[in-house]
Design a protein around this ligand. Sequence first.
Ligand SMILES: [Zn+2]
Length: 479
Amino acid sequence: MEFDVIIGLEVHAQMNTKTKMFCACDNDAWEKAPNTTVCPVCMGHPGTLPVVNKAVLEKAVRSSVALGCTVNHDSHFDRKNYFYPDLPAGYQISQYKHPLASHGIVKFSVTDPKTNTSEAAECRIHRLHIENDAGKLMHRANHTLCDYNRAGTPLMEIVTEPDLRSPKQASAFAEELRRILINAGTSEADMYKGMMRFDASISLRPKGEEKLYPRVEIKNLNSFKSLEKALQYQEKILRKLWSESKQPTGETTVGWIDDEEKTVLLRDKESAADYRYFPEPDIPPLEVSDAFIAAVTAGLAKLPSEMKAQYTALGLTEAEAAMLVDQEPLRARFDAIQAAIGEPKRASSLVLTQMPGFLTQHGKSLSNAPSIADMVELAKAIHSGAINVNAGKDVLEKMILSGKSAGVIIKDEGMGQVSDDATLKKFITEAIAANPKAVASFKEGKTAALGAIVGAVMKLTKGQADAAKVNALLLKEIA
Ligand SMILES: [Zn+2]
């Protein structure tokens, strides 16, 4: 039997606000001592009152719009009740019935690295809601430690429709989602720091059928690689179960064990009733006006997919365009050079090939790269003919090593291109005198002989002559 693979994702992304969701505690707990960025509000002490951080709402609205969602003018918070030691209040403040936003769509592409071709795909977003994160448990031999630094960190939960059709498509979508959030400036989405986490649901359905079969939910996937591997693993199990007519009859939840590359059964999936949701009594309903949406989404950058399309339209390859979309420091330099000289090929050669090459060669990182203004100055010097392409490479390497600007290096090292007529003519006369055979061949009609004389001039000027000008002057001289 042939099957469709049906995958949907729930993504949790931490927002990069300065303070937590309902209190003034530092929202950046990375490498801070346990339980040092906490207060009675995020510790869930009785009698405290949560106050919604305005920046949380701004960032969540920005993200919603970037994901093509409709922002709902009225939404409210609900209490999701469950007991777990990392949740000090005994409930999470989330949004259940009326989420902040719904009905979005994300366009993305799935690249096949073998053929370097990409296929366009789409995934609808069911909803985006906001909620607070829980703390962290650290399990030691026979006891468990609680760190509440992360408790109260604002999260966006983004739920997709079951539109994804393969594990590869799911990870490509997740990567695009990460790009969109980073680009919107709403989440650092650093996978290593656990700022973006996935739960994935997968089921199979015989081809041609419309209905959905009970799904298996895989919890807490922390990287694109584990997302893809866990889904591949579960797909294989489901195919085997279907072939033995033992397909799942109810929804189940499994956990992925990264080291062993397998899933283990956690429990039957909880239903909404298990959480005893009710409207959060301490926070008034959220009202989001059109004016607020317009204000916080003004200046929202282009979507990563739109940027990529613009770069490939300039003649850049898929891989070059992807580098620019993913790495803002490269993009800023490329865009500035392109705006100054309008030569995309030259800009990409300088920014995507030469600059990273020299940085790596000299053990430096992108943070040591020449400034945007310095790179533009270098590109202009090459574009105007003040230095030739090879000299440009030398100047760039020296810029990276010394931190000096292109202009200073060109002046100090006398690297400027020789292009004034009088000087060039002097060298041309010298080259003609030294190459009588080439001159004679040229006069017999062998035009290729001209190259030898031009080469002699380049040698005399240590490669600094303007080759095009030498050609023109030489023709006048001997033709
Ligand atoms: Zn706090």
